[in-house]
Write a protein that binds this ligand. Structure first.
Ligand code: HMG
Ligand code: MG
Length: 298
């Protein structure tokens, strides 16, 4: 019933640190990513080449990308919103470019300052140029399971944005539960529609664990044939305006569950734990993932 293997894509250095209130020094980010590179993770999203005024915590993206030690077999990705971001990402020789937009109009506008319609040509050019430079491109669609401004999002909007991104040439689409409101029933309903259009191998699920439903949503997704998940070490991240709200699904919680289910991930639990300890020492709060708290006795 369960798959033999699952691919875990680590987004802690980007989605996690983007939402941490304390600014992590560039050298510490580099050490953090270098440690993650030794855990067996196949993919690390290391930063984003967005406007530093919008995401000040990742203002050192170029230095981070240039400073890390690349390990063979690990793909190093970064978020890119437009051509200005792509230029920097290419200069830093990032392996994979991630483009992103939302399925809901208001979130798209608040996040990247454009309507959905005006975002398409910008992303289209980014994808085209990235592919021409020999990079692979991943796409994100946010607010798939709910929008903080509009509430429920029409399935038509989700399929339309997804189709447009695949037409542009992305090789994988990550479906974002941006505010952590998804539930297993909804996950299966939305996947039923999307899997009629796109192969399961081309889809990834990106859950936030804000309300504790992320692992249940993983099970619901596995059940539908999905085998790629984004997660963040220690549940790094969260919402700067909600002090104890959790961030992304924690990599260590996901790993603990999959290890127990005998689903292969290739990740070393102990090395992951050491890396979590390192980054916890650099943010001014404890990491909140269940697994980290249990192992750390906090
Ligand atoms: P804008 O202000 O509309 O940009 O921002 P613009 O094109 O009008 O340019 C304005 C100025 O910004 C210009 O400078 C540009 O050069 C500069 P000026 O001429 O005034 O001096 N600029 C840039 N500078 C550096 N890097 C760039 C860049 N682009 C323009 N790339 C923009 C539009 C998209 C840039 C802005 O809205 C932005 O950076 N947004 C980022 C938002 C973000 O990072 N959000 C979080 C990531 S998404 C997420 O977390 C969801 C996800 O995890 C999945 C899920 O959970 O659902 C992926
Ligand atoms: Mg996210």
């Amino acid at each position: 019933k369960w798959p033999k293997a699952v691919t875990i894509k680590e987004v802690g250095p980007r989605d996690g640190l983007q939402n941490e209130q304390s600014f992590i020094k560039t050298e510490d980010k580099i050490t953090f990513i270098n440690q993650l590179s030794q855990t067996g993770l196949p993919y690390i999203e290391i930063t984003s080449f967005v406007h530093p005024k919008w995401i000040p915590s990742l203002a050192d993206s170029f230095e981070v990308a240039m400073g890390i030690h690349r390990v063979e077999g690990v793909t190093y990705g970064a978020l890119v919103p437009n051509m200005k971001g792509l230029e920097k990402a290419l200069k830093a020789n990032i392996d994979e470019v991630s483009v992103f937009m939302s399925a809901s109009e208001t979130h798209n506008k608040r996040n990247i300052n454009k309507t959905i319609e005006d975002t398409y040509p910008i992303i289209k050019q980014v994808v085209h140029e990235a592919l021409a430079s020999g990079k692979s491109v991943r796409g994100y669609v946010s607010t798939v399971f709910g929008c903080p401004y509009e509430g429920e999002v029409a399935i038509r909007s989700i399929t339309e944005v997804s189709e447009k991104l695949f037409e542009m040439g992305i090789s994988e689409l990550s479906l974002g539960d941006t505010i952590g409101v998804a539930n297993p029933k909804q996950v299966q309903e939305i996947l039923t529609v999307l899997l009629k259009r796109f192969p399961s191998k081309s889809l990834a699920l990106h859950f936030h664990d804000t309300r504790g439903t992320a692992l249940a949503n993983v099970i619901a997704s596995l059940d539908m044939g999905i085998t790629t998940f984004d997660s963040s070490i220690g549940g790094l991240g969260g919402c700067p305006y909600a002090p104890r709200a959790s961030g992304n699904l924690a990599t260590d919680d996901l790993l603990f569950m999959l290890d127990g289910m005998e689903v292969y991930t290739g990740i070393n639990k102990e090395k992951l734990h050491q890396t979590a300890l390192f980054i916890q020492g650099k943010i001014d709060r404890p990491l909140l993932s269940h697994n980290f708290q249990a192992d750390n006795g906090e």
